[in-house]
Design a protein around this ligand. Structure first.
Ligand code: PLP
Length: 376
């Protein structure tokens, strides 16, 4: 059997988790949370990083930090996970969906400006499959219209755009360490922030609206309730689990990239014959092999291929029913312009097994079966 995903487990996690247990400090914001935060700050040249309980929560924090409120509008692709939209809907904002580019499945940067109104507060680029959106164009639009850029970099840990790490390019970046992502702590995420004042506010929101973080650093002599907030800090047990993986980040990334490249080599003849499409990585982007997908002719062919692979115990999946077609999307959002690619391309996309440690002969088998499906 070839699973679609096996959550990352390197073997060193237990050592660090045990260390947490033996030190009797298992709640949040201890040694391992700090180690993870500074790992991101150093490795990605991020100004500030804060571990959170999920990417969903990091995005909710981003919405609060940007003071998104009732009646505001936020621009994003419709082809994304529900959390990208929910974080803003929870604040009472309206979500404005823009069509994607078929080559990367990312928001089409050329269509963003047309969706801006006087109510627009932020643009949320989602780096699908760990491949960057066209950030220079997006930053330029944001600057001219005075908008926040909040990167949904859930899938993009380790990826780069023009040499800069994704998540660190916009005003705020959000990572996910859910078990389906490249690095995992079960459930978890991180918030990356550029501005010092915004960071101070983020620490407060994350610590139940108190200035406890400053208290722990000895910057004030007692802590108190200073603003509205919640609890978005993960346990040290989860942080330690993640830390073990961060120490081996390059090895993990290289392993995934090797798998990705092997898939590409094994399937490119089918693209050459016009039978399938393969992902394309723009020149300015270095990706993290979060995902390997192919595109079939249409929905019907995709369903047949999923069943065909399943008959050989190979598990492939698709995702994202475009948000603007979902009941909540109709209620809370609007699609600006024409849905030229979002629906059509989402019906063609099929994700192949991808995880750290996937074996070469397993990849070759998947490629062989897909070739047989198309040529026999
Ligand atoms: C996984 C994912 C999320 C949510 O991450 P969680 O950590 O599970 O909250 C958000 N956006 C995108 C694009 C994702 O892939």
């Amino acid at each position: 059997m070839i699973d679609f995903n096996i959550p990352l487990y390197m073997g060193d996690e237990l050592y660090y988790v045990k260390d947490v247990m033996e030190k009797h400090k298992i709640c949040g914001d201890g040694e391992y949370t700090r180690k993870c935060n500074s790992w991101f700050e150093k490795s990605f040249s991020a100004k500030h990083a804060l571990l959170t309980t999920s990417c969903t929560h990091a995005t909710e924090m981003a919405a609060m930090l940007c003071n998104i409120g009732y009646g505001d509008e936020v621009i994003m692709p419709s082809y994304t996970f529900v959390s990208t939209a929910n974080a803003f809907v929870l604040r009472g904002a309206k979500v404005v969906f823009v069509d994607i580019r078929p080559d990367t499945m990312n928001i089409n940067e050329k269509l963003i400006e047309d969706a801006i109104t006087e109510k627009t507060k932020a643009i949320v680029p989602v780096h699908y499959a760990g491949v960057s959106c066209e950030m220079d164009t997006i930053l330029d639009i944001a600057k001219r219209h005075n908008l926040y850029v909040i990167e949904d970099a859930a899938q993009a840990v380790m990826s780069k755009y023009k040499g800069r790490y994704l998540g660190t390019i916009g005003d705020i970046g959000c990572f996910s360490f859910h078990e389906t992502k490249n690095f995992s702590m079960g459930e978890g995420g991180a918030l990356l922030v550029k501005n010092d004042d915004t960071f101070e506010q983020a620490e407060i929101i994350r610590e139940k609206g108190t200035n406890r973080s400053r208290f722990f650093r000895g910057q004030i002599d007692k802590y108190t309730w200073v603003s509205s907030g919640s609890s978005y800090l993960p346990s040290e047990l989860n942080a330690a689990y993640l830390y073990a993986q961060l120490l081996r980040a390059n090895e993990i990334n290289d392993n995934r990239l090797a798998s990705w490249n092997r898939y590409y080599e094994g399937l490119k003849h089918l693209k050459g014959s016009g039978l399938i499409d393969l992902p394309s990585i723009p020149l300015d982007c270095e990706h993290n092999a979060h995902m390997f997908y192919i595109k079939t002719k249409d929905l019907e062919e995709r369903s047949r291929l999923i069943s065909y692979l399943k008959s050989y115990d190979i598990y492939s999946v698709f995702h994202y029913i475009p948000l603007h077609t979902a009941p909540a999307g109709i209620k809370y959002g609007r699609f600006n312009g024409e849905d030229k690619y979002t629906s059509r391309e989402s019906e063609r996309l099929l994700r192949l097994p991808m995880y750290y440690g996937l074996k070469s002969d397993e990849i070759d088998l998947v490629c062989e079966k897909i070739s047989n499906f198309y040529t026999k």
